[in-house]
Design a binder for this molecule. Structure first.
Ligand code: ADP
Ligand code: MG
Length: 276
């Protein structure tokens, strides 16, 4: 794994004077939250799937989004990314109302079914990751600089040696890395991952989460939906726990100490599988 920053490499800010990752906060900083959800309610039919949710994700956060099956996690993520429109309330992305937000390349999204779909992707790993550059250069030829960014993204996620293989021939864990590499190549500031390790073996999963940690250390904001509470409390620095409504939003430590999990799952007796 290289230590040079893909996201911080040839970024939009490279013409500026500061080499500081954009997430580093200081007293004078007025950077808006990466995501701001305010009083959001959304229903597919009669019953709201999410109700009265307010939360914000600050630049550099690693937010774990947890809750039982059907609790509205995917729905909330889709609302955050502008893939669904709230019935009530408002959402801002990087300070912009989500429906006016036009910098899609700032967001890397790995959907819940990404790996099942990747099985039919008739392209090589390198081609798939190059797609991350098209947001920057359109369909014109990639420049040398774009090729370097693609190579670095492949290197960062540890799939450089798979570059010429077809995505459809890779394991689930390797395919997840392709998606992450594509997001890195697009120089996303926000990575949104919906149960990214379902169907991935334990060893690849650990490596995958170490990769997320290192990306977060470089300043990439992460929102992760993960059903394994132990994994998410080990990795995330903040937790949003929901079951239609928000039961907890705050730092991981206060979540672990709170009753939010039991309340959201409605079990009362559920134990945290938290191991170090
Ligand atoms: P989670 O990701 O936490 O499992 P979802 O956001 O997928 O939960 O779903 C929340 C609720 O909305 C569930 O009751 C689910 O059945 C319902 N739902 C999800 N997607 C749709 C859809 N496209 N049409 C109708 N109902 C849906
Ligand atoms: Mg879901």
């Amino acid at each position: 794994m290289t230590s040079t920053g893909v996201a911080g490499g040839v970024s939009r800010e490279s013409a500026g004077t500061s080499a500081k990752p954009h997430h580093v906060r200081d007293a004078s900083e007025t950077v808006p939250p990466v995501v701001e959800v305010e009083d959001v309610t959304f229903a597919y039919g009669e019953q709201p799937a999410v109700r009265d949710i307010s939360l914000s994700i600050e630049a550099g956060d690693f937010l774990g989004l947890v809750g039982p099956n059907g609790s509205g996690k995917t729905t909330l993520l889709h609302l955050m990314l502008g893939l669904l429109e709230p019935d009530a309330g408002s959402i801002r992305l990087f300070g912009e109302p989500v429906d006016a937000f036009e910098e899609g390349e700032r967001i890397g999204y790995v959907s819940q079914k990404a790996t099942t779909r990747a099985g039919t992707m008739p392209v090589t790993v390198r081609e798939a990751v190059r797609m991350g550059r098209f947001a920057h250069v359109g369909l014109s030829r990639l420049r040398e600089e774009d090729r370097e960014i693609v190579a670095e993204a492949l290197e960062t996620v540890g799939i450089a040696e798979l570059a010429d293989r077809r995505v459809s021939q890779l394991s689930g864990g390797q395919q997840q890395r392709v998606y992450i590499a594509r997001a890195l190549a697009s120089e996303a500031d926000l990575l949104a991952l919906d149960e990214p390790t379902v169907g991935v073996d334990a060893e690849s999963r650990d490596a995958f989460y170490r990769l997320l940690d290192s990306l977060n250390d470089r300043g990439i904001t992460i929102v992760l939906i993960e059903h394994d509470i132990g994994v998410v409390t080990d990795r995330a620095d903040r937790i949003a726990c929901l079951n239609t409504e928000l039961f907890h939003h705050g730092d991981t430590e206060s979540f672990v100490e709170s009753d939010a999990l039991a309340e959201a799952y409605g079990t009362g007796g559920r134990v945290l599988h938290h191991h170090h």
